[in-house]
Design a protein around this ligand. Structure first.
Ligand SMILES: [Zn+2]
Length: 258
């Protein structure tokens, strides 16, 4: 386990401990409201920003924020009235892992290592950001937290569950992995959002190909991204097929990295 990943686990454990009593306490159900999600996101981002350093490079930070805002515009065009009114934030974490994460209710983090890998290919960065925004919009994490872990915890509290049981639940949240269908859904939405925002949606395919290359390189250890968002040939095929069917191909007018 890398240090960054260990820190990530600590952060997520904190999210669980901080957020779950709040949710159980005020609702007593396994359904998260949007307000619950926003609260979990806030607690989670505070924890993450205690564990990781935020990147202080102004150019990288500005780029991620700008891409994030454009993706939000694209998202709102695509989702229309379904677009959630979450307080989205876009930040860079100063770690060399090639990763990006999102928390329920709005926070998106891109890791410095990922930004270094995508270089000046802003379309690739836009695809990653759009994929994370899509997970938040579709409430994928909240769905998993509410359906499995929270239900387990409710039972555990009801039966005066042991500390060991709580630890098991914590581990399952830390290992939270999106389902294959949720990955397809996030990719599908990401392609629509990037296209609507005027980025080249092929950026997603180029990012997948980049990951495949890295997976065969000594940098494999930095690819935590593949654990939480498993990459399959089918994902790449589906993305290519969807892009080929997009109405009019928009060329990128993204702002270059520097
Ligand atoms: Zn994903």
């Amino acid at each position: 386990m890398t240090r960054a990943r260990a820190l990530g686990r600590t952060a997520l454990l904190f999210v669980l401990l901080a957020a779950v009593p709040l949710v159980i306490g005020c609702r007593g159900t396994n359904l998260l409201s949007k307000q619950d999600e926003i609260q979990i996101g806030k607690e989670g981002s505070a924890a993450i920003e205690r564990e990781y350093k935020l990147d202080t490079d102004p150019a990288r930070t500005a780029l991620v924020q700008e891409v994030g805002q454009r993706i939000l515009e694209g998202m709102r065009q695509v989702e229309g009235k379904r677009a959630p009114d979450f307080p989205f934030t876009f930040k860079v974490l100063d770690t060399k892992e090639v990763n990006a994460v999102s928390l329920p209710g709005g926070p998106v983090y891109v890791f410095r290592g990922l930004m270094e890998q995508v270089g000046d290919d802003t379309d690739m960065l836009a695809a990653v950001v759009a994929h994370e925004v899509a997970h938040i919009v579709a409430r994928h994490a909240a769905k998993q937290i509410s359906s499995s872990i929270l239900a387990d915890l409710a039972i555990s509290l009801g039966t005066r569950g042991s500390a060991q049981k709580a630890a098991t639940i914590a581990t399952s949240l830390v290992m939270l992995q999106y389902s294959r269908d949720d990955e397809y859904d996030a990719d599908r939405r990401a392609i629509l959002y990037t296209h609507a925002a005027g980025y080249d949606p092929e950026g997603l395919v180029r990012f997948f190909e980049k990951l495949q290359k890295l997976e065969k390189s000594p940098m494999k250890g930095l690819l935590a991204n593949l654990r939480t968002h498993p990459l399959t040939e089918n994902r790449i095929l589906r993305a290519k097929r969807q892009i080929a069917q997009l109405p009019d191909r928009t060329s990128s007018h993204a702002v270059p990295a520097q």
